[in-house]
Structures are given as structure tokens and as C-alpha cells.
Design a protein around this ligand. Structure first.
Ligand code: TYM
Length: 339
């Protein structure tokens, strides 16, 4: 089925389950802003609160994190005039299509998801049913908009392959060409930002060490200190990309520099090759503070009066439902629901 039959539309989401960090910013939000501003797509961005509660969340903290994530989106450049910004639970068609997809997806598919295996660990018996079915709801998030493109970090690749499998199985089972086979958009230098303490681990909100990540709410001093203390090796930066092989920490810092400075890794190394970390780290810290401090200041300002955020989300939900309600209605008709 050619993509051209569908309106070019981007959807992506982030869980409001803790502090936003540099990995979320470079791997996701910054690219959401670029796709919004390129003007080639309609863009819909979402706080996925229904996904967050697949592990228990304190209700007050969830409310706070959802609004703070909205503030992070807006402060980073997501414009409510150009994009639809929503909270997932405020658009009920996500959960409604999610149920249909629970009946399309197979247990075996879900059981093979590496994030399920990582998160449930050895104690799968005690994990919530929601955590197991999580990727079916994610597929619904995307397909309830007939989204054609989904920008994400590397860690979501398997979930997006499953989204295509669910769309294909639905289309096949009901003999329709209804859902698009969505394209993952995993591009740029920072699709997998690693921990500042261990170059073999992803930067993550669940890492117990706060020094492993830069939070979007960190102030300038904290950002600079975390970069100064980031793990490195004793060698100078290479002048070519191949010289980063076997040097995960060096590669990570160079990738972060490239993404923040909107350069290719090749360009960064052409400029900085030969520098010791004693010189490179302060340059990176200065760049990170210059790019991130204004965002964190704007987030703080927005959080000072959440009525503006709530108004933007209420409007976003109305706009979203103009797209999702007809797609859900048609899905129900295809499946054979009456009423
Ligand atoms: P979540 O909330 O874990 O992460 C949000 C986005 O940030 C990216 N990301 C990273 N990118 C680079 N380096 C890192 N260290 C890093 N850590 C996180 C993630 O790849 C993601 O793009 N299942 C999703 C949320 C979701 C969703 C969707 C995404 C629900 N429905 C529909 C896209 C479309 C998740 O848990 O992301």
C-alpha cells in the first residue's frame, strides 16, 4: 500500500514518568521540533500517561510530570499553533483502538519484546497486564492518527516493527487497506545517548545514579559539573570517526556535541580532533549550558502557572479527536461493531 494514500503525518510520544533527560531531548524532542518546523508533515505529540501507569505512579507526581513534560515540549519549541499537543488519556480513542489491537496482536509477539523482558525481569508473574500489552497501545497511539512517520530513539525500533506487524495483520484479517505501514524515523548523531558514567548503558531516567544523565531541569552549574565528571579515556580525540571504535565514552560525548551543535560527527572531529578531554569537556559543557539552560528556565516559567498548559492540552485534545474519532468509527465498522 503506497504511503501516498495517507496524509503525511507524524506522531510520537514520551512517558511522563520522571525527569526528562538529554537522551529524550536529543533522541526525540529536538527532532520533533525539526519535523514540525520542516512543514512537510502534520505533527502530533503526546504525553503517554496511560503508558506511564503500566508501572505504579504516585497520582500527584503523575499530574506534575505530565504538565512538566508539556512544559518541556513547549519550551523546546513545540508550538501549539503548528503541532497538536495532547495528553493520551484525554483522547479516549487511543485506549479504544488499543483494545482492538489487544485482540489482533499475539501473546508470542509481546513476549519477544526486549523492553518487556528488561522491565519485567525475572518477576514477570508480578508485572501488570498493561506492561505486557504496552506495545499494542503504542501501535494504537500511532495508527489512530493513520500516522505515516514516527520519530523515536533507537530503543523504540522493535516496538515500531511490531506496530507495522499489527497494522499488516489487521489489514489482512479484515481484508482492507486501512492502516498505513508506518515508517520509523531513527536518524542523527544522538538516537542512542549513553550514560555519562558507563558508555555501554543507555542514558535513562531509571538509572539510580543522577550523575549518569543530564536532566532538562538541571541548572547550568549541575550540567557543567556532570560533564566535567563524565567518564572518558586518557587518549586525545581522533580526527576521524573510525578512531572512536572501542571508545564508547568518547563516542558518546562527541555524538552529544554533534547533536547539540547541529553538526555531523565527521565535522566535529575534523574541528576538534587532537584535543584532550581537558579541553573538549569545557567546550561541551559550554555548548550544553547554552542550549539547555534557556529551555529549563522556560519550563520553570511555564510551570509557574499551569492554567496555560492545561488550556493548550484541552485545545490539543479537541483537535486530535477530529482526526481520531472518524478513524476509530471506521475501525469499528470494519470489525463489525453495531451502534
Ligand atoms: P520513553 O518515554 O522511554 O522515551 C521517549 C523518547 O526518548 C527516546 N529516548 C532516547 N533517545 C536517545 N537516547 C536515549 N538514551 C534515550 N532514552 C529515551 C525514546 O526512544 C523515545 O523516542 N514507548 C515510548 C513512548 C510511546 C511512543 C508511542 C513513542 C508511547 N506511544 C507512540 C512513539 C510513538 C517510550 O517509552 O518512550
Amino acid at each position: 500500500m503506497p504511503d501516498s494514500t495517507f496524509t503525511p503525518r507524524v506522531f510520537s510520544g514520551i512517558q511522563p514518568s520522571g525527569d526528562l533527560h538529554l537522551g529524550n531531548y536529543l533522541g526525540a524532542i529536538k527532532r520533533f521540533v525539526d519535523m514540525q518546523n520542516a512543514g512537510d508533515f502534520e505533527t502530533v505529540y503526546c504525553m503517554v500517561d496511560l503508558h506511564a501507569i503500566t508501572v505504579w505512579q504516585d497520582p500527584d507526581k503523575l499530574r506534575h510530570s505530565t504538565r512538566e513534560l508539556a512544559a518541556g515540549f513547549i519550551a523546546s519549541g513545540i508550538s501549539p499553533e503548528k503541532s497538536i499537543l495532547i495528553n493520551q488519556s484525554a483522547v479516549p480513542e487511543h485506549a479504544q483502538l488499543g483494545w482492538i489491537f489487544n485482540c489482533v496482536a499475539r501473546m508470542g509477539w509481546m513476549g519477544r519484546m526486549t523492553q518487556w523482558k528488561d522491565k519485567a525481569g525475572k518477576n514477570a508473574e508480578a508485572a501488570s497486564l498493561g506492561l505486557f500489552g504496552y506495545p499494542a497501545l503504542m501501535a494504537a497511539d500511532i495508527l489512530v492518527y493513520h500516522a505515516t512517520h514516527v520519530p523515536v530513539g533507537e530503543d523504540q525500533k522493535q516496538h515500531l516493527e511490531l506496530t507495522r506487524d499489527i497494522a499488516a495483520k489487521f489489514n489482512h484479517d479484515y481484508d482492507v487497506d486501512f492502516f498505513p505501514l508506518t515508517e520509523p524515523v531513527i536518524e542523527g548523531a544522538a538516537t542512542r545517548v549513553m550514560s555519562l558514567r558507563d558508555g555501554s548503558k543507555k542514558m535513562s531516567k531509571s538509572d539510580p545514579s543522577d550523575a549518569s544523565r543530564i536532566n532538562m531541569t538541571d541548572n547550568a552549574d549541575t550540567i557543567a559539573k556532570k560533564i566535567r565528571k563524565a567518564k572518558t579515556d586518557p587518549d586525545a580525540l581522533p580526527s576521524e570517526v573510525a578512531g572512536l571504535d572501542g571508545r564508547p565514552e568518547a563516542r558518546n560525548l562527541v555524538n552529544i556535541f554533534a547533536a547539540l551543535n547541529e553538526q555531523s560527527v565527521e565535522q566535529v572531529l575534523a574541528d576538534m580532533g587532537g584535543q584532550q578531554f581537558g579541553t573538549f569537556k569545557p567546550a561541551l559543557a559550554e555548548l550544553a549550558v547554552a542550549k539547555l539552560a534557556p529551555i529549563s528556565a522556560e519550563m520553570e516559567r511555564l510551570m509557574g502557572d499551569v492554567t496555560e498548559i492545561d488550556r493548550i492540552l484541552a485545545r490539543g485534545a479537541e483537535q486530535a479527536r477530529e482526526i481520531t474519532a472518524p478513524i476509530l468509527k471506521k475501525t469499528y465498522e470494519i470489525v463489525g461493531m453495531v451502534g
